[in-house]
Design a protein around this ligand. Structure first.
Ligand SMILES: [Zn+2]
Length: 122
């Protein structure tokens, strides 16, 4: 199976393109921060995680668990969700604002752009 998770996923690249078009400058995968956030705007102290709906268990209906091998996927996805929560909490403790962008939100770029602008300017 090809590698789905990891750096520079398609949704991540799409969010980066969008932010860039909006005129924001950002850093990637800052390893010195808790959880190595995907996208960081250090001056604004904002961090963004880009989550694939399947791997991170988004309840959006666009990434339903396969019926087979639920006993395999289920715990993996639950562990990812727990880890996501810990990462965001650790960043917030250090004074960062944290947002998650979900893969499915990229289908409505105008709405996502509004949301990101609110988050980053707020
Ligand atoms: Zn989703």
């Amino acid at each position: 199976m090809s590698r789905i998770r990891g750096k520079d996923t398609q949704p991540e690249l799409a969010v980066r393109r969008l932010l860039h078009a909006m005129g924001f400058r950002f850093r990637l995968h800052r390893r010195d921060l808790p959880g190595t956030p995907d996208i960081v705007l250090p001056g604004r102290r904002k961090a963004i995680f880009v989550h694939g709906c399947f791997w991170h268990g988004h309840g959006c209906g666009c990434a339903r668990l396969p019926k087979s091998r639920v006993e395999y996927w289920g715990p993996k996805i639950a562990a990812n969700r727990a880890r996501d929560g810990r990462k965001a909490a650790a960043l917030r403790r250090e004074g960062w604002s944290v947002a998650a962008v979900w893969e499915c939100q990229l289908r409505k770029p105008a709405a996502l752009e509004k949301r990101l602008a609110r988050f980053l300017d707020g």
